[in-house]
Design a protein around this ligand. Structure first.
Ligand SMILES: Nc1ncnc2c1ncn2[C@@H]1O[C@H](COP(=O)(O)OP(=O)(O)OP(=O)(O)O)[C@@H](O)[C@H]1O
Ligand SMILES: [Mg+2]
Length: 419
């Protein structure tokens, strides 16, 4: 599917410049993400001839817009992400529209690093919030106008590296901008619970939950915190790498019929802020895996190729990009390079496009990709200690053929037109 490629970006071509970084873990950042997530306008599609007719300055701007386009490849629906998004959205809606107490089934999204968990869940949440706000006409029926309560149907937080129950609660309160100075864990949990109600939050996502380490002495605090949160009036979405082996499910048991995880209410150890916890029903969780692409059956190969075809339409090279990623053994080659992990594929394509533009070749080929590697430093946001680094298939870049060195030393059209 092609975008509205011929529309020049408004504002004289500079609107593709990113604004200040968006921090989705704060209410205002989340709102910016939600409202701007579909607003990026890709660079125009130009042929070599059209490009050549531009002034050096226009070419430079176009090259930067191409760079922005390749750095903002779309998050596309895949069969795996659709299954996760459907479950997340369904469970949030079940909880949000229910008038009963204690019926919220949570979701745990499990998968390896860079497989799209965060983007899939954020997109599902943003879609829910768009619709919920529309329904509520952007007015919180539970909050008085002019009070300090802001309407936050969705709260998204990430566990910090080496997270503890205290720092996790603090991150949740940071989302709302609530003060927590000097609070002990019990007060923090109580304040989180109050914030969820006051801001009318329907879905709380805790991303990178497996950064919460189960150390022997603090074990029970972590498990208690999660169960405390399960008893709050919100659909809880926990996202992490290796959830089944993390120990987080230790207090739960699997219902053999529904396959859901059942957790008993938190035992009142004399410090529970939730006085009714002991009388509550057990809480249910669905555990869903977000898998990478596979390449065994015709359907799987078809899905991978369709994903590549989608990305292909966002490539802004001066040669027609149709088929550039989907023909001549390319799907199989790219699968071998990435193990079907969307985040690795994205990085490989971005690097390949940069090479293709700098060399002037303006084409993605196996030869170009052979010059590109993806390394853990290309994925800086991941905590290796929490198992978040995906396995990058080993790949030895081929030495450049003699006589071709100059191609890659060439300043290329980008630099040429800059001068
Ligand atoms: N469905 C998709 N289509 C295309 N690109 C995607 C898709 N999902 C994710 N990506 C890209 O892959 C990269 C990794 O995605 P994301 O951060 O969501 O992975 P993750 O599973 O949350 O990783 P981690 O476990 O490290 O947190 C992102 O840069 C994102 O743009
Ligand atoms: Mg993530």
């Amino acid at each position: 599917m092609k975008q509205s490629d011929s529309t020049p970006p408004p504002g004289g071509g500079a609107s593709f410049l990113p604004g200040p970084p968006i921090d989705r873990t704060r209410w205002d950042g989340w709102q910016r993400y939600r409202s701007s997530r579909d607003s990026f306008v890709p660079a125009q599609i130009l042929s070599s001839a059209e490009y050549a007719r531009k002034s050096p300055r226009q070419r430079r701007i176009h090259d930067l817009h191409r760079l922005a386009t390749h750095s903002s490849l779309p998050v596309q629906a895949t069969p795996m992400s659709e299954a996760v998004a459907w479950l997340v959205r369904t469970r949030i809606e079940d909880g949000a529209f229910s008038h009963k107490v204690g019926t919220r089934t949570g979701v745990m999204v499990n998968g390896g690093g860079a497989q799209g968990k965060t983007e899939t869940v954020c997109e599902a949440l943003a879609g829910f919030e768009d619709e919920w706000l529309m329904l509520n006409q952007q007015v919180n029926p539970d909050a008085m106008p002019g009070t300090r309560d802001l309407l936050a149907p969705v709260a998204y937080v990430r566990c910090p590296v080496k997270a503890t129950p205290i720092s996790t609660c603090q991150r949740i309160l940071d989302f709302y901008g609530e003060d927590y100075k000097g609070m002990r864990l019990e007060d923090l949990v109580r304040t989180v619970s109050t914030a969820i109600v006051e801001h009318a939050t329907k879905a709380l996502v805790i991303d990178d939950i497996t950064r919460l380490k189960l150390h022997r002495e603090a074990d029970q605090d972590v498990l208690d915190l999660i169960r405390e949160m399960m008893s709050m009036p919100v659909t809880l979405i926990l996202v992490g790498v290796g959830i089944p082996t993390s120990g987080l499910l230790r207090d739960g048991r699997r219902d053999p019929v529904t396959k859901q995880w059942l957790f008993p209410p938190v035992k009142d150890r004399g410090r529970s802020p939730n006085a009714h916890a002991a009388t509550q029903h057990e809480r249910r969780f669905e555990l869903i895996d977000l898998d990478p692409f596979s390449y065994d059956t015709p359907e799987q190969i078809g899905a991978w190729t369709a994903h590549l075809r989608g990305l292909e339409s966002y490539l802004r090279l001066l040669n027609d990009t149709d088929g550039m990623l989907t023909t001549a053994g390319m799907p199989e080659y790219l699968f071998r390079r990435t193990n079907g992990v969307v985040g690795l594929l994205e990085k490989l394509i971005q690097t390949g496009c940069r090479h293709a533009i700098q060399s002037g070749g303006e084409r993605l080929t196996v030869d170009v990709f052979n010059q590109c590697t993806v390394s853990p430093t290309d994925l800086p946001d991941l905590d290796a200690a929490s198992g978040e680094q995906p396995t990058i298939p080993p790949f030895a870049p081929k030495p450049r053929k003699k006589g071709r060195n100059s191609v890659f030393d060439d300043d290329g059209p980008a630099a040429e037109s800059a001068g």
